[in-house]
Design a protein around this ligand. Structure first.
Ligand code: IPM
Ligand code: MG
Length: 358
């Protein structure tokens, strides 16, 4: 049975990077007999422009029937004046919550060729291999009540709510422990239990679930310290698990350890392992249309799709090796350039990965 992938390119550099990922998928189909059907849909600002909604019903229908989703990026200055309810970002958050994609996996892996692309000293980051697991459908991103209200004195007040039910913490905890079990068996849960009751409960539930995974070493860290430790000595971490907002922030931080946010893929999974795959970077309006964006995070997202949704481990490994080969050949997009490397365009980088894959 062929796999049906919904492709949502989105805004900004989204279409440019998705285009390169599609070359890789075409190669898997033509050269490796990977049976796949692609269907494109609208999300984000481009969807708003065409339909008045950043997540049209048609797109929801498409993704519900797909085996897997590949997403580019959403958002841009053009849509910033819009009401929150129809901002491009609502499209992305809507996809996450409608499909119940609560487990977000964000690996931060440093390719040896990119040691010099990081702003940190090579000895701090060489060999870096961290997995950040971010709860994606709860916490302050979705908590109610939320909004901006006017107080009795006429002043406006903005408010959001940080909430986690035990069951939400428990299920992401299980994902985290199980992933740690396949790695170096160390899990660090990140919270702010010294200040926020919600995350104190988070910690309690993590400890409780941890009793079922006796061979995993569970530690806890406050988020401020975790941010500091990530740049001080990132290699102390194996797997990190945290809530929605802390995970958003820490994963950008971890991304820069690897040289560029343009290198990091992600998977967002539901309870059955169905997933949406996207680079962790945004739509990069500043470089849109110039053909300079790094397509590797999106290509590596395809690799994660093969690994986590389709159980095609060998093909997933091959894509990663092909990315490695393109880097070994000295090709770099501008974001990861250093001495003695050749700066190439988005499409040349995509082609290089495809030829290495062949
Ligand atoms: C991410 C992004 C999104 C988030 C934005 C675009 C809504 O920053 O995936 O990390 O905050 O989750
Ligand atoms: Mg983010």
């Amino acid at each position: 049975m062929s796999k049906k992938i919904a492709v949502l390119a989105g805004d900004g550099i989204g279409p440019e990077i998705i285009n390169e990922a599609l070359k890789v998928i075409a190669c898997l189909r033509d050269d490796y007999g990977f049976a796949v059907e692609l269907e494109e849909g609208l999300v984000g600002g481009v969807a708003y422009d065409k339909t008045g909604s950043p997540l049209p019903e048609e797109t929801l229908d498409l993704v519900r029937h797909a085996d897997s989703i590949l997403l580019g990026a959403v958002g841009g200055p053009k849509w910033e004046p819009l009401d929150y309810s129809v901002r491009p970002e609502r499209g992305l958050l809507g996809l996450r919550s409608e499909l119940n994609l609560y487990a977000n996996l964000r690996p931060a892996l440093l390719y040896p060729e990119l040691e010099n692309a990081s702003t940190l000293k090579p000895d701090v980051v060489s060999g870096l291999d961290i997995m950040i697991i971010r709860e994606l459908t709860g916490g302050i991103y979705f908590g109610e009540p939320r909004g901006v209200r006017t107080l009795d004195n006429g002043e406006r007040q903005g408010y959001n709510t940080l909430v986690y039910a035990e069951s939400e913490v428990r299920r992401i905890a299980h994902n985290a422990f199980q992933i740690a079990a396949k790695r170096n068996r160390r899990l660090c849960s990140v919270d702010k239990a010294n200040v926020l009751e919600c995350t104190e409960l988070w910690r309690e539930v993590m400890i409780e679930v941890g009793k079922e995974y006796k061979d995993i070493e569970l530690t806890h860290m406050y988020v401020d310290n975790a941010a500091m430790q990530l740049v001080r000595n990132p290699k102390q971490f194996d797997v990190m698990v945290t809530g929605n907002m802390f995970g958003d922030i820490l994963s950008d931080c971890a991304a820069m350890l690897t040289g560029s946010i343009g290198m990091l893929p992600s998977a967002s999974l539901d309870e059955a392992g169905k997933g949406m795959y996207e680079p962790i970077h945004g739509s990069a309006p500043d470089i849109t249309g110039q053909g300079v964006a790094n397509p590797l995070a999106t290509i590596l997202s395809v690799s994660m799709m093969l690994r986590y949704s389709f159980n095609e481990v060998e093909l997933a490994d091959r894509i990663e090796q092909a990315v490695d080969q393109a880097l070994k050949n000295g090709l770099r997009t501008a974001d990861i350039a250093s001495d003695n490397t050749q700066i190439v365009s988005t499409s040349v980088m995509g082609d290089a990965v495809v030829s290495a894959l062949r």
